[in-house]
Ligand binder design. Structure first.
Ligand code: 13P
Ligand code: SF4
Length: 319
């Protein structure tokens, strides 16, 4: 596709000329992932995106993902310019946890440590003691539980329930869900497993309990990807956004990857196995951002300073 080649080249030139770094999530379009890797940026899970953006010397970051990822980058690096290909790319977890309602929930339970998932607004993070991602949520809540702390958790109820089962922590849960992972189905997955008895089942913990219980590996996108690379298995059933298959195929070319079943199919369910907000990221948005400074992330300084505390605690914990 010549138009695609031209756009890729234009993006690469602009990134180089402006000394900007492209930080992409595994769910975005494969061209953006390839561009990030070819230009010294990264393709990563949300924990690694946060760390990469903070540590990179570039003064401009282009975050190809959803809004909370851009905000996290800005919170950690207020002096950098953070651009996104499309500022309207949000997340159902973020939308389902408005800052005002969340603050009232926290006010009603002052005896609890407030732990929020990365998939939240800057204002919600500003109200939290800790921010976690799927890569480290279990370890951090386990650590707080071992100290005798009670937890207020938001917003993903499936991830919260999974952590509760694994750690035995006393957790009060906000009832949010990811519209993509919420669609994976346990019964259909069991039937698929019967047809592929040697397949290893990889599940993102935003999926419902019936799906998580069938998993061989539960983890963040990077953790699932690593398993495809390192496990001796040759067939995998993947219960997460199918955007990750692009990188999985590149890193494990000989392996068979099967998408986990969802409640609907492509015809009836627009968000099944692919996030509509991640899909808003395109090469054109990178060009517009670098040429015209569109899509710039701004975070109110008072909110930013408060939100930084919980994120920094997480990064120190995993360091
Ligand atoms: P990861 O941190 O595992 O990449 O997950 C981010 C996300 O939005 C999953 O839906
Ligand atoms: Fe949010 Fe789900 Fe999209 Fe991830 S896949 S950004 S959790 S809506």
């Amino acid at each position: 596709r010549p138009e695609r080649e031209v756009l890729m080249q234009r993006c690469a030139e602009l990134l180089r000329a402006q000394g900007a770094a492209l930080v992409a999530h595994y769910y975005v379009d494969g061209d953006l992932q390839d561009l990030a890797l070819a230009t010294g940026g990264c393709v990563a899970d949300s924990l690694e995106m946060a760390r990469f953006g903070r540590d990179h010397a570039a003064r401009t970051l282009i975050v190809a993902g959803v809004r909370f990822m851009g905000e996290t980058a800005k919170i950690l690096s207020p002096d950098k310019t953070v651009l996104m290909p499309d500022l309207d790319a949000t997340c159902s977890l973020d939308l389902g946890c408005p800052a005002g309602d969340f603050a009232a929930f926290c006010d009603a339970h002052p005896d609890r440590q407030v732990v929020v998932y990365a998939n939240t607004s800057a204002a919600v993070k500003a109200r939290a003691d800790w921010m976690v991602t799927s890569a480290c949520a279990l370890d951090i809540v386990g650590h707080l539980h071992a100290q005798g702390q009670k937890i207020l958790w938001a917003p993903d109820r499936h991830l919260g329930q999974y952590i509760q089962r694994q750690t035995g922590a006393d957790m009060l849960l906000w009832q949010g869900a990811c519209i993509v992972h919420d669609e994976f189905r346990g019964l259909e997955l069991e039937l698929l497993k019967e047809r592929h008895p040697r397949a290893r089942v990889l599940v993102h913990p935003e999926s419902p309990e019936a799906v998580v219980r069938l998993a061989d590996v539960v983890g963040s996108t990077s953790q699932l990807l690593r398993d495809v690379q390192t496990s001796a298995a040759d067939t995998f059933i993947v219960a997460t956004d199918n955007g990750i298959l692009h990188r999985m195929r590149q890193l494990a070319p000989g392996k068979t990857l099967i998408e986990a079943p969802t409640a609907g199919n492509g015809a009836t369910c627009k968000s099944c196995a692919h996030c509509p907000w991640m899909a808003m990221n395109a090469l054109q948005g990178v060009v517009a951002g670098l040429e015209q400074r569109t899509g710039e992330i701004q975070v109110d300084e008072a909110i930013r300073a408060r939100a930084q505390g919980g994120i920094t605690k997480m990064l120190d914990f995993v360091a």
